[in-house]
Every structure is written in C-alpha cells, then in structure tokens.
Ligand binder design. Sequence first.
Ligand code: F6R
Length: 359
Amino acid sequence: QKDGFRFFMEKEIYEQSDVVSDCMIGRLKDKEINFDEIDSSILEGIKEIKICACGTSFHAAITSSYLFERLSKIKCNVEVASEFRYKDPLLTKDTLFVVISQSGETADTLEALKMAKKAGLKSLVICNVNNSSMTRLADYTILTRAGIEKGVASTKAFSTQTVVLWMLSLYFAKIKGSIDEQTLQKELKALREVPKTLIVESKLHEKCRRLSKRYLHGHGFFFIGRDVFYPLALEGALKLKEISYLHAEGYPAGEMKHGPIALADPELFTIALMPENMLYDKIKSNVEELSARDSTICTISPLDFELSDDFIKTQKLEHYMLEFFEMLVVLQLLSMEISIRLGNDVDMPRNLAKSVTVE
Ligand code: F6R
C-alpha cells in the first residue's frame, strides 16, 4: 500500500497537504475558528497552559508555545513528559494541562496526564488515535485526523498537530479577546494556504535528492533557527538522527556563540533555516559567524545568501508559519534522501518503535 512510493515515510510526506486539509474541515470557517470538541468554557479560570509531550510531539508543543503567547496572550510552558513526571511539579488549578501525542499511548505522556488529572487540572489531549488511552482519560480531545502513520519517523502527525495548535491558539485568542480582527483575518488567510504550501514540488524533491550526496559523512550537523524555526530545527535534527544515524543537533541560532561555535570547521554541517518573515537579519548574522569559522553551510531560504555552500530556495510566502511548513517538507525530504543513500531502512530505523509504551 505504498502507492508507488519507495517508503511509507515518503508517502506520508506527500500526504501532508491532504491530511492537513482534512484536519481543517469544520474548524477553519470563513471568518473564525471553531472546534466542536470544545467550547469557550475550557478557558474559564485558566491563566496558564502547560504542555507535556515526547519526541516529535514535543517539538510541536514548543512551536505552539510561541503561538499561545504571541496570539492568545496566555502564558505557556512546555516540558518533556519524562522530566515532568519525576520533578514533583507544582500544579495549580488555573492551568490548562495539554498533552500532545500521535499514538495516545506513549507511557511518559500518559503518566503526565494522569498526574494532572489527579491534581484536579482541566486537561486536553491533541491526538491522532481516537479511543486511545489518552483520549479516554482527558477531559477534552482534539483529533488531528492525520490517518494511520506507518513510518516510524513521524511526518504528517507533526504537520497536523502544528496546524491544530495554530488554530487552537487563534480560537483561544478570540475567546480571550486578545487578537484584533485584522490580525485574526490575516492569520486565517495564512492558515488556508497551508495545504498548498505542503504540496511537494518535484523540483524541490529533486534538489534535496541531489544535495543529499554531499551530506553522508562529516562529524555532525547543526540545524539552527530562531523563534518557531528553533523547534523546527530540533525536528529536522531528530528526523536526520532517527533514519540516517548521523549525529545531528537542533540549536537556537542565537545560542551558537555560547559554546557550539567552537566545533565549527568544514566537516561541521550547518543547516540554517532562514525565513524571510521571522528575524531574517538576526539569523543571517548568526550564519555569518559560522561561515567565518568555515562551517559548511546549507541554507534553506527564499532569499539568496551568498555565504552558503549549498542553497535550497523556498518560495516567497507571506506568513512565517507558511515558511515553517515549506521548510518542514524540505527537512523531511533531505533526511529521507540521506537515509536512502546510506542504504538504511527508512521506515523501520534500528532501535526504534512506533509507539513507546514502556517508560
Ligand atoms: C519521531 C517520533 C517519536 C515520537 C514520540 C512520541 O519521529 O516518532 O519521537 O514523536 O515517541 O510519540 P507520540 O506522539 O505517539 O506520543
């Protein structure tokens, strides 16, 4: 059932445009956002959002923390579920407890949810599997409608989670009155463009395939970005690690000078996310610093950047979240093509399981 694709991961990358459209049906309306699963009472008495998740779902969580603070104006913090469990967390009832999970079965995330329930917090799960342990337990469930994800490396689960969270941040913003109508309409317009942005252009895929041959060795990769492109960098690095077994780290671009830049040399590969609509000049100067130290640099950007060794040109888009989704596809394709060249089993990477139901 790979429908002519070489791997399920490839099929699932290509499916993202359609599943994201499905995930918006009945939610993204003409002039507003609506979720049948919840209503405005979800925010009654709530001052803060706390999110727990693991792996790729954790990266969606970090991405959303920027959106909840920027758009909904609600304080939001995010924790890896396995850390949260044993730190004797302080839980107060003015916190909406959110868990994000593709499977709804991840042991650490499930346990975090149980702890929050026990402490009497309102809980919400963003999940892809209906009737999973987490959806049975949480007070509210929003399904991501990504369909079955077979590749161990998560792709469409992440894009649908991120879209749901973006819509949710706007829904909360509307309830709280923290967004003006003009900004809301601008955000909704951008949301409508997401499925189009996720269509995989054959030229872009071919570019990633050709470039992949230059990135099969070296002593490590740094994926760098700022704002929501930082969790996207984490996700790019995780994808590469999982299926290529190369060492990769995601890093906030502005932090490189506080240590990691010491590693820079031609064998250190920097994959720089340089969106036009989010802190372009800042990331540019971070990349210039790495270039001056001879790191080999691959930039992903709609704007030409003369210092890069390799360049993946993305479309000019009006909203940074649209750039986020296009760059996500680039990172997924790049890691998949590197893995294929290395002769790995893309769908069944060593040492990994699709659902981690043990601690
Ligand atoms: C990465 C990946 C894992 C999962 C993590 C959480 O590609 O698939 O990191 O994201 O195990 O799983 P869920 O979302 O099912 O809780």
